[in-house]
Each structure stands twice: as structure tokens, then as C-alpha cells.
Ligand binder design. Structure first.
Ligand SMILES: *[C@@H]1O[C@H](CO)[C@@H](O)[C@H](O)[C@H]1NC(C)=O
Ligand SMILES: *[C@@H]1O[C@H](CO)[C@@H](O)[C@H](O)[C@H]1NC(C)=O
Ligand SMILES: *[C@@H]1O[C@H](CO)[C@@H](O)[C@H](O)[C@H]1NC(C)=O
Ligand SMILES: *[C@@H]1O[C@H](CO)[C@@H](O)[C@H](O)[C@H]1NC(C)=O
Ligand SMILES: *[C@@H]1O[C@H](CO)[C@@H](O)[C@H](O)[C@H]1NC(C)=O
Ligand SMILES: *[C@@H]1O[C@H](CO)[C@@H](O)[C@H](O)[C@H]1NC(C)=O
Length: 473
């Protein structure tokens, strides 16, 4: 009798060790353990899933969110299916222990965004299936850990863009499904390292053009040389508002007569079948500068805004060249906007000269010059009313280093000792300066503040401030 009781006790332990969540089916197909819980009316991921499971099916349930502990310690898991639930929230790092996971199916759920840490740790993931969610946003670093992907399906969402930088690094990628989204741009060079790509679907997006890419050229070579390769590249791009100008000529040359893509613009080609338009009708229009600032005079230290507008097809890019012939970029003192406006925030005498606006597009370029005159303010050397006229030298707008610059005045201007000017309050972006001298210091007409910006770290510039001068002086 004693022996029999002991035997029962032993069975009890064994059953507990191989526990299977209620309503689920667990298949112990050595060496793999599969936990099958599809269509079981589950409202959450069962807590008592065997941590050694290799395949876990949870599709067609009513799971609304994924918690950190749901898949904790499941280091053997290879295949995880969560399709057709109502998942709208996934806790950061929820899949972090799944270092052997190959396939993650999250299609037909209610995800609206992919946050940075959602897919952290999934360094062996090959298939990431996210179609038919409500995605509007994927954080810029969300795909950093899933660089080993072979298949990425983001179709049927509301995405305007995806982290292209991360996609560029997925060198094993063979299938990228982006159809039925709102993507309006694919950056040039995205596919240049993706030599394994066999399928790209961008059907029904908002693309006006596709970037020419070696990947697509490969497709062309295969087609024209008549080689039927199992790895022939398939590109689907119908249902986009294609702008059929010279930039799409390369695509037209791929000669695939069997598809029904149409052009949305320019007006002459609207609605016509892409593959039936002769190559010579894919035209661009060289830039024409339509409006620009002709001449401008500003007081030293004031802001100067130079404008330049051009039209053409495609829309010309506008660049500015300084009087010294240097390309002007964003810096502490200058801002260049996409609409062609150049803003010199604080002018110096050295900015005087002819600026050049260049409008360019694939069809050509056009230039115009804009003369800028900076009206010099007199600089008082010291209290003897001697007017100091330093050589303005060349403008420092487009240079990143200014030799001889020093926060404590290198132009020989009057230096006011430290204790007469104090910084009363300072924050990261503001400073309150207090001038501790009497109103009537003879000869003082102007304070000049010199400071340097930290945006490009080296540029030193100054702003002049007039002090009201009593009439009696
Ligand atoms: C995962 O493993 C750790 C360490 O063995 C343990 O403390 C933790 O409770 C486990 N978590 C789950 C959900 O099994
Ligand atoms: C310069 O900065 C402005 C304002 O931050 C920005 O709108 C513009 O795109 C920038 N230009 C370039 C060429 O980066
Ligand atoms: C160009 O863009 C800037 C910044 O958005 C704006 O301040 C400026 O008014 C614009 N200029 C023109 C001519 O539209
Ligand atoms: C003012 O300038 C004059 C002429 O350069 C110089 O002789 C004089 O010493 C200066 N005074 C002061 C206080 O710096
Ligand atoms: C800047 O000025 C300070 C104080 O006048 C001086 O000690 C320093 O050597 C100067 N630095 C340069 C690079 O001229
Ligand atoms: C700008 O200011 C910082 C902080 O005072 C200083 O370290 C740096 O040397 C300055 N740069 C120049 C070019 O004067």
C-alpha cells in the first residue's frame, strides 16, 4: 500500500511538469514542442505555456495586448503566430528573450504604431508579418535589431514612410511588401545593397516616381537577354500617381508591356497607359527663375532675406553661392530654405557682394545674381571719438572656421572691463546682460556684443546695439 501511494505521487509530479494551457493542444514531437492555441477564444496569452515551446500558435483569438512576461524566457521559440487577434499594444521588450525566433506573425491586428523597443532582441528574425494593421508610424530605430529579415510585410496599413535606413541594411531581404499604404517617397539608394531582393510590391501608394536602382536594372538585364531565372525580380507599382517625366524614362525602358499602370501627370499624359507612351514623351522642363531679389541694402547687423523662385519639371532645387564662390549651407548665421530663400540672420560688412542663386533639375540649370550691400555702422575705437575702420576681409558665412577670432574682441574695439558688464541671468538659450555704468560716459555711443554660436561651434559674430545719444553731446 505504501508503495502504491508513492507511485501515484510520482505520476502527479510528472503531469505537472508537462502542463499544457487550458483549451490548448500541446504536441511533443521530439525534439520540438508545439503549443497550439488557435481559435480558443483566449482573451490574453496563457501564463502557463511551457517555456521550452518551439512553436506557439495563438491566431484567431481576442488578445488585446502583449505583456513583458507573456513570452519571457522562451528562448527556444522559433515560430510565433498572433494573427487575427485585436492586439493594439505591445509592451516594450516583450519579445526580447526570443533570440531564436524566425517568424513573427502579427497580421490583422490593431497596431497603430511600432515603437523603438517593440522588436528589440529579435536578431534572428527572418519573417516579420505586419500587414492589415492600422500602422501610421514606425519609429526610426524600431527595425534596428531585425536586420536579418528575409521577408517584411507592411502592406495594408496607413504608412506615409518607413525607416528606410534600416531597410537599407537588411541584406538578406528578398520580399518587401509595402502595397496599400500612403508612401510618397522611396529614397535613392535604398536597395543598392539588397542583392537578394526578388519581390518589391509598392502597389497603391502615393508615389509619383521611383528611384532608379541597380536592382531594377538587374530585372531589365534578365528580361532583355531572355534569361528566365527563378530569381527574376518582380516589381509591382500600379495604382500610384506616377508623374511621367524624364525621371521615369529608366522605368519605361524596362519594357514590360503586359501591365496596366497609368500616368497621373503631367497633364498631357494623364490617364495614359505607362507602357504605351513612347519614350520621347517622357519629358522634363529646364529651370526658369521666375522671381528673385534684385538688389538689397541693409544695415550692418540686420537680417537680410534673399529670395529666389524657379519653375521647371521636376521642381528645381535652389542653391546659393556666396560672393566668394562658396556654396552656402545652414550655419549659425545663415539659413537656406527649400523654397529658395536665403536668410542671413545677422549681416556683417563682409557680406557685401554678389550672391548667386542657382536653380537646377535633371534638365538643366539657371542662375541669377543678387547684389547685397551692407551699410556699415561706425565703430568707435575708444572714448576719443576716433572712428575705427577695420578691413572687413571676406565673408565668413560659408566657412566653418574663422581664423583669429576670439570671444574677447579681436578687432581692437573698446573693451569694457568685466565688472562693468555682468551676465545677470543665463539659461541655455538666453542671457541677461547688465551694463553697470552711468548714462553719461563721454563718447560711448554703441555697445557691441560679441558671442560665438555652438551650432557650428566655431563661428564668432557680433551684434551692434545703439545707445540713445543725448542731443547735447
Ligand atoms: C524567467 O527566468 C527567470 C530566471 O530563471 C525567472 O526568475 C523568471 O521568473 C522567469 N519568468 C517566467 C515568466 O518564466
Ligand atoms: C536649414 O534649416 C531650416 C530651418 O531649420 C530647414 O527648414 C532647412 O531645410 C535647412 N536646410 C538645409 C539645406 O538643410
Ligand atoms: C520660405 O520658407 C521660410 C521658412 O518656412 C519662410 O519663412 C519664408 O517666408 C518662405 N519664403 C517664401 C518666399 O515663400
Ligand atoms: C584712444 O585711441 C587713441 C588713438 O588711437 C589712443 O592714443 C588712446 O590711448 C586711446 N585711449 C584709450 C583709453 O584707449
Ligand atoms: C583670446 O583672448 C584671450 C584673452 O584676451 C587670450 O588669453 C587668448 O590667448 C586669446 N586666444 C586667441 C586664440 O587669440
Ligand atoms: C566659443 O565659446 C566657447 C565657450 O566659451 C569656447 O570654448 C570656444 O573656444 C569659442 N570658440 C571660438 C572660436 O572662439
Amino acid at each position: 500500500m505504501e508503495k502504491f501511494l508513492f507511485y501515484l505521487f510520482f505520476i502527479g509530479i510528472a503531469v505537472k511538469a508537462q502542463i499544457c494551457p487550458k483549451r490548448c493542444v500541446c504536441q511533443i514531437l521530439s525534439p520540438n514542442l508545439a503549443t497550439l492555441c488557435a481559435k480558443k477564444g483566449l482573451l490574453f496569452v496563457p501564463p502557463n505555456i511551457d517555456r521550452r515551446t518551439v512553436e506557439l500558435r495563438l491566431a484567431d483569438n481576442f488578445v488585446t495586448n502583449i505583456k513583458r512576461k507573456d513570452f519571457a524566457n522562451m528562448t527556444s521559440l522559433v515560430d510565433l503566430t498572433l494573427s487575427r487577434n485585436t492586439i493594439s499594444f505591445i509592451t516594450p521588450h516583450a519579445f526580447a528573450d526570443l533570440r531564436n525566433l524566425r517568424a513573427l506573425h502579427l497580421n490583422s491586428n490593431r497596431l497603430t504604431k511600432i515603437t523603438n523597443d517593440m522588436f528589440s532582441g529579435l536578431s534572428n528574425l527572418h519573417h516579420l508579418i505586419l500587414n492589415n494593421n492600422q500602422l501610421t508610424l514606425i519609429s526610426s530605430t524600431a527595425f534596428d535589431d531585425v536586420f536579418a529579415l528575409e521577408e517584411l510585410d507592411l502592406s495594408y496599413n496607413n504608412l506615409e514612410t518607413i525607416p528606410w535606413d534600416a531597410v537599407e541594411k537588411m541584406v538578406s531581404l528578398h520580399t518587401l511588401s509595402l502595397d496599400h499604404n500612403m508612401i510618397d517617397n522611396i529614397p535613392k539608394g535604398t536597395f543598392s545593397h539588397l542583392h537578394k531582393m526578388t519581390r518589391l510590391d509598392v502597389t497603391s501608394n502615393k508615389l509619383q516616381k521611383l528611384p532608379p536602382d541597380p536592382l531594377f536594372q538587374r530585372a531589365q538585364v534578365l528580361a532583355t537577354s531572355g534569361i528566365i531565372s527563378p530569381s527574376t525580380f518582380a516589381l509591382s507599382f500600379g495604382g500610384n500617381p506616377l508623374h511621367c517625366n524624364c525621371e521615369l524614362l529608366w522605368l519605361r525602358r524596362l519594357s514590360r508591356e503586359d501591365d496596366l499602370e497609368t500616368c497621373a501627370s503631367p497633364a498631357l499624359l494623364t490617364g495614359r497607359y505607362f507602357w504605351s507612351i513612347p519614350e520621347e514623351e517622357f519629358l522634363c522642363e529646364p529651370p526658369l527663375i521666375t522671381r528673385h531679389t534684385h538688389e538689397m541694402r541693409v544695415l550692418e547687423g540686420q537680417r537680410a532675406t534673399l529670395r529666389c523662385k524657379a519653375r521647371g519639371d521636376p521642381e528645381p532645387a535652389i542653391h546659393w553661392i556666396s560672393p566668394e564662390g562658396k556654396l552656402i549651407s545652414n550655419a549659425t548665421r545663415s539659413l537656406v530654405y527649400d523654397n529658395g530663400t536665403l536668410d542671413i540672420l545677422i549681416t556683417t560688412v563682409k557680406d557685401t557682394g554678389a550672391f548667386t542663386c542657382i536653380a537646377s533639375n535633371p534638365a538643366g540649370e539657371a542662375t541669377q545674381t543678387v547684389d547685397l550691400h551692407i551699410i556699415k555702422l561706425p565703430h568707435l575705437l575708444n572714448s576719443t571719438n576716433h572712428i575705427h575702420e577695420p578691413d572687413p576681409g571676406s565673408s565668413d558665412i560659408s566657412t566653418s572656421t574663422k581664423s583669429g577670432s576670439n570671444a574677447s574682441s579681436s578687432n581692437g574695439d573698446t573693451k569694457i572691463s568685466q565688472d562693468k558688464i555682468v551676465v545677470a541671468e543665463a539659461t541655455s538659450s538666453t542671457a541677461l546682460l547688465k551694463f553697470n555704468f552711468q548714462r553719461n560716459i563721454p563718447g560711448i555711443r554703441m555697445f557691441q556684443i560679441q558671442y560665438n554660436g555652438t551650432y557650428d561651434d566655431t563661428l564668432v559674430y557680433r551684434k551692434s546695439r545703439w545707445e540713445a545719444i543725448p542731443l547735447s553731446q
